[in-house]
Design a binder for this molecule. Structure first.
Ligand code: AKB
Length: 318
């Protein structure tokens, strides 16, 4: 029986991951961990247990883990890339010191731990196209530096203490439910909202800037499938490249325009976002994830655009 704690359960990925885990493992077996000022609402709050969990408070985290006999932790506490640049100390405290607390509690209570990494863990001197699984990771952002550290720390806890740590490098995640906040790839979500609202989209990322992206259902499947994978098949652990699609603003714009012909986009480049985006890969090679635990995405850009426009139209036009 799995007893799961999701830390950061009200964030972009956490809110949907918690509901998906409750669907698969039973509502009462999945605890939604949230911080002050980010209380769960609606179905997330009503459908199962919720507890305040701050990764900076190791003692309280240990109490929650014991109270629910937790055996698996999805640790999604982190600041995204752009916001982290304005709060580097906080980004490090949450991402790295917070993970340290999670790993210690996991070691003492025999929990498996999933802590996502990101395409942000790569940097300007990483091979840009079909970035290999094992390659140069010299990021220039505090977000990337903390992600590389979380990968290394997670592997260290596995090798030294046998903690079952696993991770994927998420690309930009696109969803029609909870908005991201403070990421470099957020434009790929915002563009759909503008299209459905009939607004001109002001794009902060320049044309020609390719980045890997993924639709939320595939991202949720990746996290859960990896945590369910046979450990004897895993050569890598922290963290697997995963990929579903790669596009620049023009490609996603035209995908939307094929469905909404009068949709307009203009460019107003955000220098910080652009600099970060240019330092990230154009596309990842995810062959290790495919070979070691059967990773396979279901959504390409066209299928995602159909679904995003349909779901957002229903929601925003109500
Ligand atoms: C961000 O843009 O910061 C994130 C990421 C790719 O890790 N979406």
């Amino acid at each position: 029986m799995k007893n799961i704690l999701v830390i950061g359960a009200t964030g972009q990925i956490g809110s949907e991951l918690t509901m998906e885990l409750r669907k698969r493992y039973g509502n009462s077996n999945v605890v939604a961990g949230y911080i002050h000022n980010a209380e769960p609402k609606g179905e997330l709050k009503e459908s199962g247990p919720c507890e305040i969990v701050d990764v900076m408070n190791a003692e309280h985290l240990a109490l929650v883990v014991k109270k629910y006999a937790i055996d698996t932790i999805y640790n999604l506490a982190a600041l995204l890339s752009v916001v982290a640049e304005s709060k580097p100390t906080l980004a490090w405290k949450i991402g790295v010191d917070g993970l340290w607390n999670v790993l210690e509690v996991a070691r003492e209570n025999q929990c498996a731990v999933f802590t996502p990494s990101s395409i942000g863990s790569f940097g300007p001197n990483t091979p840009k196209v079909k970035t290999p699984q094992d390659t140069i990771q010299r990021p220039k952002t505090i977000y990337g530096i903390s992600k590389v550290t979380t990968e290394l720390l997670s592997d260290y806890y596995h090798l030294k203490y046998g903690v079952d740590t696993r991770s994927v490098r998420f690309p930009g995640i696109i969803s029609n439910i909870t908005l991201p906040g403070g990421g470099t790839t957020d434009y790929a979500v915002d563009i759909y909202y503008a299209a459905v609202k009939g607004e001109t989209f002001i794009c902060p990322i320049d044309q020609g800037t390719l980045m890997d992206m993924m639709y939320m259902p595939d991202a949720l499947n990746a996290a859960i499938k990896l945590m369910e994978a046979d450990p004897t098949k895993l050569i890598h652990r922290n963290a697997f490249n995963i990929a579903a699609m790669s596009f620049d603003p023009e490609i996603i714009y035209h995908s939307i325009r094929r469905r909404i012909p009068d949709f307009k986009m203009i460019y107003d480049i955000n220098p910080l976002k652009q600099k970060i985006a240019e330092s990230w890969p154009d596309s990842l090679d995810d062959s290790c994830a495919r070979a070691e635990w059967g990773w396979k995405p279901e959504y390409d850009l066209e299928r995602m655009t159909d679904d995003m426009l349909e779901k957002l139209s229903c929601r925003l036009k109500k």
